[in-house]
Design a protein around this ligand. Structure first.
Ligand code: GLN
Length: 205
C-alpha cells in the first residue's frame, strides 16, 4: 500500500477520562485510534494522545504500571498531544500543587487555574489554525503560565497560551475532542504524518 495514504496509528492513553471521544475524533481526522493501557501497546504506534481527566490519578496509574519512564522515552521519539490533564503531564513544571510530570514540554502549568468545577466554560478565540474562531471547552482547566522559546502558541485565552506546539509535541488546556471541530486533531495527525515521513518509514507498516 502507498505509504503516503496509510492512516497513522495513534494511541490514546485509556486509563481514565474522555479517551473514547479522542478515539472518535482521531478517526474523523484521518487516523486509526488505538487504546493504550499497557506499555507493550506503545511499541507500534506513530503517535499518542494523553487525554484529559485527573492528572493525579493518571500519574498514579502510570507509576504503578511502570509506564512513566516508557512514556517519557516515547515523547522523545514520537509525536505526543496532551489535552488538559494530559498537558499537565507533559509540562516541565506543575504548580497548584506541585506534582511530578514527564517534563518534556518547556512550559509551566498551574492546575485548576480558573476555579472550581462550576467555572468550566466554552470560549471562541482566534487561533493560528486555518479557518474561523476556535471553540475551546475548558473543564477545571489548567493555565499555561510560562512557555520556553521553542514553544509556538497557536491559541490563547486572556492572553495566555491554551494551544501550543513544540517540535513534535502539542498541548491544549481545553478539550478539542468535545466539539465537532476537528481542526486541532487534524493538526496533530498532520504532525504525526510529517514525523513519519521525516523518519522515512512507517511504524504502522
Ligand atoms: N483538573 C484536572 C487536573 O488538574 C484537569 C482537568 C481536565 O483534564 N479536564 O488534573
Amino acid at each position: 500500500m502507498n505509504a503516503e495514504i496509510k492512516r497513522p496509528r495513534i494511541g490514546v492513553l485509556a486509563i481514565q477520562g474522555d479517551y473514547a471521544a479522542h478515539a472518535e475524533a482521531l478517526l474523523e481526522a484521518g487516523a486509526t485510534p488505538v487504546e493504550v493501557r499497557k506499555r507493550e501497546e506503545l511499541s507500534d504506534l506513530d503517535g499518542l494522545i494523553l487525554p484529559g481527566g485527573e492528572s493525579t490519578t493518571i500519574l498514579k496509574f502510570l507509576e504503578r504500571g511502570h509506564l512513566f519512564d516508557e512514556l517519557k522515552q516515547f515523547c522523545s521519539t514520537r509525536p505526543v498531544f496532551g489535552t488538559c490533564a494530559g498537558a499537565i503531564l507533559l509540562a516541565r513544571e506543575v504548580r497548584n500543587p506541585a506534582q511530578r510530570s514527564l517534563g518534556v514540554l518547556d512550559a509551566v502549568v498551574e492546575r485548576n487555574a480558573y476555579g472550581r468545577q462550576i467555572d468550566s466554560s466554552i470560549l471562541f478565540s482566534d487561533s493560528k489554525l486555518p479557518g474561523d474562531k476556535l471553540e475551546m471547552v475548558f473543564i477545571r482547566a489548567p493555565r499555561i503560565v510560562e512557555t520556553g522559546p521553542d514553544v509556538e502558541v497557536l491559541a490563547r485565552r486572556d492572553g495566555r497560551a491554551t494551544l501550543v506546539r513544540q517540535g513534535k509535541l502539542m498541548a491544549a488546556t481545553f478539550h478539542p475532542e468535545l466539539t465537532a471541530d476537528r481542526r486541532v486533531h487534524k493538526a496533530f495527525v498532520d504532525l504525526v504524518n510529517a514525523h513519519r515521513a521525516s523518519q522515512g518509514g512507517l511504524a504502522s507498516q
